[in-house]
Write a protein that binds this ligand. Structure first.
Ligand code: PNW
Length: 472
């Protein structure tokens, strides 16, 4: 039921695992700044990822973990500021190039295909000082960085993700301010940031398409995160419409322009405009920008669908507080968890494996049956360490069954599955208190010893079982 060339993977991101935050000429990123500023008050326990898993030094240990799991693919990200310390191609850090060359070459030696994310939340601080993602310029700066990476690594890397989770960067980084760069400008900045990320993504995809594709023969997409959502009461028409709005403001915000029309979902634009009008915002100025016809087309700028799925929600209209200028008010949807869903580790993560199958069907139907890679999916542990993590084992068994059914019964063209994460790492504003790994990392040990969880052993067994079925 899994095709023989199915990608069995695990994922990480540069800032979360590398450490070496100022080693060998690396420039600071907005996450370095965010963690260091205000006496560390931005992140749980004042923690930072100055060292974290120390993969910048100990990457060979990661390779051993990857091999122990029997992965066919590994999703990693590049630190923009490690390669280009000031964010521009005027100044290339050869040490950074060497580092990623070593990792990529070693993966290939071990017959593991890299999937490389260009941008996973860590903008060079130098570019933030020029306005960051709120600035229109950022799209072309991102395109130059992307071209540099295609040129430098594209002979060996065949699967690219331009930007990871633009929703999280836009909303958590520029509306709620709980992620770097910590901007709190509700109702405006998130739309601008999302817009510039989509523009940058599309420029990079077109650069690949015209300059590199014929020679390098790879594929490029953007990783979009979304919950699955259902009406709280399916017989209530308002709940049904609120659910459509909920999905339009999460998955649709980024997937609709790329896969359907080249513009934002109509219900999203209508909702933002109606709310602006109601609050008397800005006269003719739209908070949700429009794409220029003179720039590379957004529509069609992806070779596959890259989906990050963690959880599900039940949805009803939002009551009260519609007077505020913010994304949540525009979206006008209240999301709740079904009391029957267990919640793991972090408060937002209700464990709903069957939601993934439903979301995959929705993606198939809404976005014209694309090839899909599940680029992230995982289960968090907090509190006392449990190496025998039976709940997480159950979670992976159930989830992979749902993926098998999506492929076998629903005909969704799923091409790969990446567990988040290869190993415990720096979980953004939660610091090290939240553990998503298939390997435990001992952060009190200078050697940063990696030890496999039971879920890691079981994931390895699942992979080996399905691979032997398809290869025989
Ligand atoms: C994703 N939320 O981010 C990221 O791509 C990973 O880097 C991260 O470690 C993983 O999910 C687990 O959280 C998210 O607050 C960060 O809803 C925050 C949220 C969702 C996803």
């Amino acid at each position: 039921m899994f095709p023989c060339d199915f990608a069995w993977g695990a994922a990480t991101a540069a800032y979360q695992i590398e450490g070496g935050w100022d080693s060998d000429n690396k420039g600071p990123s907005i996450w370095d700044t965010f963690c260091h500023q205000d006496k560390g008050s931005r992140v749980s326990g004042g923690q930072n990822a100055d060292v974290t898993c120390s993969s910048y030094v100990m990457w060979e240990k990661d390779l051993q973990c990857i091999q122990q799991l029997g992965l066919t693919h590994y999703r990693m990200s590049l630190s923009w500021a490690r390669l280009l310390p000031d964010g521009t191609t005027k100044n290339v850090n050869q040490k950074g190039v060497q580092y990623y060359n070593k990792v990529i070459n070693d993966l290939l030696l071990r017959k593991v295909s890299p999937m490389v994310t260009l941008y996973h939340f860590d903008l060079p601080q130098a570019l933030q000082e020029q306005g960051g993602w709120k600035s229109s310029n950022m799209a072309t700066l991102f395109d130059s960085y992307a071209r540099f990476c295609f040129q430098t690594f594209g002979d060996r890397v065949k699967l690219w993700i331009t930007i990871n989770e633009p929703y999280v960067c836009a909303k958590l980084g520029h509306e709620d301010g709980v992620h770097a760069p910590g901007v709190k400008e509700p109702g405006t900045a998130a739309y601008l940031v999302g817009h510039n990320m989509l523009r940058g993504h599309a420029m990079a995809w077109h650069s690949y398409d015209t300059l590199y594709r014929s020679k390098q023969k790879g594929a490029v997409s953007i990783a979009i995160n979304s919950d699955w959502a259902e009406p709280l009461d399916p017989s209530d028409a308002e709940d049904v419409t609120a659910t459509k709005r909920y999905l339009a403001f999460t998955l649709g915000w980024f997937a609709w322009p790329v896969f359907v029309t080249g513009d934002y979902p109509e219900i999203m634009r209508a909702a933002v405009d109606a709310q602006s009008k109601k609050l008397g915002y800005g006269g003719d100025r739209c908070r949700l920008p429009t794409f220029s016809q003179d720039e590379p087309a957004i529509l069609g700028s992806a070779d596959f669908f890259a989906l990050n799925y963690y959880t599900s929600r039940k949805v009803k209209p939002r009551r009260g507080s519609g007077q505020m200028l913010c994304v949540k008010s525009d979206q006008d949807a209240e999301d709740v968890m079904d009391p029957s869903w267990p919640v793991c580790g972090v408060s937002w993560l209700a464990v709903v494996p069957h939601g993934l199958r439903k979301l995959l069907c929705y993606v198939k139907e809404t976005f014209n049956n694309p090839e899909v890679y599940i680029t992230e999916n995982g289960f968090a542990q907090t509190g006392p360490l449990q190496m025998e993590d039976s709940e997480r084992c159950r979670f992976y068994q159930d989830t992979i069954n749902e993926v098998a059914n999506a492929i076998g019964k629903d005909g969704v063209n799923v091409r790969g599955y990446f567990a988040w994460s290869l190993m415990d790492n720096f979980e953004w504003a939660d610091g090290f208190s939240t553990r998503f790994g298939l390997f435990h990392v001992d952060f009190s040990d200078p050697e940063r010893t990696r030890s496999i969880y039971r879920s890691g052993r079981e994931y390895a067994q699942i992979i080996s079982k399905y691979r032997s079925q398809t290869s025989s």
